[in-house]
Structures are given as C-alpha cells and as structure tokens.
Design a protein around this ligand. Structure first.
Ligand code: COA
Length: 311
C-alpha cells in the first residue's frame, strides 16, 4: 500500500477586504497590489472567529469528503503560526470539537510550508504501521499578527483553513516523492516580532523564485516522471510572479496551475490545502492525475511532493 490523500476540505471567513479597502488604510493602490502580487481580495476573520474555528470547518468538510468519522482518526496535525493561544494546541482543540477521542495531536510550526511538513509527517506514521488515518490541517488567522500600518506586508495576507485526510491508498496511487528543507540562516527575512509580521520582501522573493522551481523539478525527477507528465501544479499562493516561476520551470500551461491568490491572498499554511480542495471540488484533478504541491515560507522552510491522485 502507498500513502495518499483521500479527502479534502476548506473554509474561508465571510468578510472580504478588497485592494480598494486597503487604499483607505495605507498608502497603496489596487494597481500596485494586482501587478506586483496578483492579489485582488482577501478574506478576514471577525474578532469572534479564531484559527481553531476555521480549522474545525475545514476538518468537518475533509472528513465528509473522505467518508470517515472523527472516531476513525488516529492523529491530528495542525500546521499554523497563528494558534488561538500558545497552548493547548489547535490540534487538541480540534480533537475535542470533533470528538476524535482516539486521535493523538500535534501542531506544526513551519510557516507557509507547514501543510507540506504535516502531510509528510502523516505519511511516516502510516507507513510505519502505527496509524491508519491522519487529519492534516493548515489554518491561519494572519490578520491578528498583521501590521495594518505596514504597506509592505498588510496587502499580502488573508485568513482561512484547508484540510486533508491522509491514509493508505492502492499501490499505484498516492505520494510518489517528496522533499522537505529548511535554511535557518534566513530567519530574519520573515519573522514575527512584537506580535507582528516583519518581512524583507526582496530577500523572500529571491529565495522563493529559486526554491519553488527547484523543488518542483526535484520531486518530479525523484518520482521517475517527466515534466510533461505533470497534470496540475498547486503552488503556495504567495505571489503570482513566484508561482509563475515554478510553472514556467515545469513547462506547463496556465490552466494547469491552481490560482486562488487573486481571491484569498497569502493564507500561509492554509494556502496549499485550500487551493487543493478547491481544484478537487471543481473537478480539475482526476483519478490518476500527476499533481505537484510546492511551498515555501518563513524559517526559511520549504517542501514539495508529487502525487498520483486517487485512492
Ligand atoms: N503599495 C505601494 N507601494 C508599495 C507597497 C504597496 N503595498 N509595498 C511596497 N511598496 C513600494 C516599496 O516601498 C518600494 O518603494 P521604494 O522603491 O520607494 O522603496 C516599491 O514599492 C518597490 O518595492 P519592491 O520590494 O521592489 O517591490 P517588489 O516588486 O519586489 O514587490 C513584494 C514587493 C513584497 C510584493 C515582493 O517582494 C514579494 O512578493 N516578496 C515575497 C513576499 C512573500 O511571498 N512573503 C510571504 C512568504 S510565505
């Protein structure tokens, strides 16, 4: 048996903040944001809605999609850099709300690459024979650590959650290859200080336009595939120009790349599972398709995987 994704779900809060709304808050404009980042709107959670609330909604949806019940879960992993509080973990909160009493829990801190770290961690537990069903969630309320006076960062981020149920699948489906990495020496490019996100945009950009294409190609090669075999690319939704760099290196057409950045901005650990869930539910990813997921984030961290989709 191999390990794959058997169900997906996502959730974004209702409230939409447009580029025009941001023009009222900081010295920016819609044209700058659209052309430099690809973002037009982002969804922002209300005061009463925290990371765990969004994570819960995505989890319920993914469990239904996998046709599983909460009691079937052996492990819950939540990738987040914006937990409701330092502890208890978001994964413990989700375990309680779902009633997943058999599940162990753990939060993962790998910023925007967190979901990739989560899925690969799940794969190890499953293939080690310890667990059958692992719920992996990426959930963020970045709006609570956004500096709404800093135009360099506040235009980029949004809130939301995505989830996947990772389980055994048949031998000819599932995760074919992966790569995880980190470069702690780049920590000062993107970090949190005094409860706010701080970023050297140019440094992060330089790192990301190198790393995303490199990791994408690496997992395709490790899987024994050719670039032409890739049916769909799900990159971390940080900046359309960074996403395009990965797409161009793989040589795939525009319609084969998930692009939800326009609507949601950068939702950190939630961005890849939200995009994946949307594309699966829209029927864009079909049984037997080869898909590449790739992400990078603060740390610096990165991760990629090639999957042959299906159960
Ligand atoms: N509105 C208008 N002008 C803005 C602005 C905004 N929201 N944000 C920055 N600017 C200005 C800058 O101050 C700079 O002005 P200056 O030249 O007078 O100093 C100018 O725009 C150009 O800045 P620059 O950094 O060269 O722009 P860029 O084309 O590199 O785009 C980012 C900036 C942030 C969009 C880009 O660097 C980026 O996407 N980096 C990666 C960020 C990221 O992905 N972070 C999350 C990682 S998970």
């Amino acid at each position: 048996m191999a390990t794959g994704i058997i169900g997906v779900g996502h959730y974004v809060p209702e409230r939409v903040l447009t580029n025009f709304d941001l023009e009222e808050i900081v010295d920016t404009n819609d044209e700058w944001i659209r052309t430099r980042t690809g973002i037009e709107t982002r969804h922002i959670a209300d005061d009463g809605e925290d990371t765990s609330d969004m994570a819960y909604q995505a989890a319920v949806s993914a469990l239904a999609d996998a046709d599983l019940e909460a009691k079937d879960l052996d492990l819950i992993l939540v990738a987040t850099i914006t937990p409701d509080q330092p502890f208890p973990s978001v994964s413990c909160q989700i375990q309680d709300r779902l009633g997943a009493s058999q599940a162990a829990t753990m939060d993962i801190s790998a910023a925007c690459a967190g979901f990739m770290y989560g899925v690969i961690t799940a794969k190890q537990f499953i293939e080690g024979g310890l667990y059958h069903n692992v719920l992996v969630i990426g959930a963020e309320k970045l709006s609570k650590i956004t500096d709404w006076t800093d135009r360099n960062t506040c235009v980029l981020f949004g809130d939301g959650a995505g989830a996947a149920v990772v389980s055994s699948v048949s031998d000819d489906r599932g995760i074919l290859s992966f790569e995880l990495g980190a470069d702690g020496s780049g920590g000062q490019a993107l970090y949190q200080e005094d409860d706010k996100i701080r970023m050297n945009g140019r440094e992060v950009f330089k790192f990301a336009v190198r790393q995303m294409p490199e990791s994408s190609v690496k997992v395709v090669e490790k899987a024994g595939l050719q670039k032409e075999d890739v049916d769909y690319l799900i990159p971390h939704q940080a900046n359309i120009r960074i996403m395009e760099a990965a797409r161009n290196r793989l040589g795939i057409s525009e319609d084969k790349m998930a692009c939800s950045i326009k609507k949601y901005g950068n939702t950190s650990a939630a961005s890849i599972p939200i995009a994946l869930s949307e594309e699966v539910k829209a029927g864009k990813i079909k049984d037997g398709d080869h898909i590449v997921l790739v992400g990078f984030g603060g740390g610096l961290t990165w991760g990629a995987m090639a999957i042959r989709w299906g159960k």
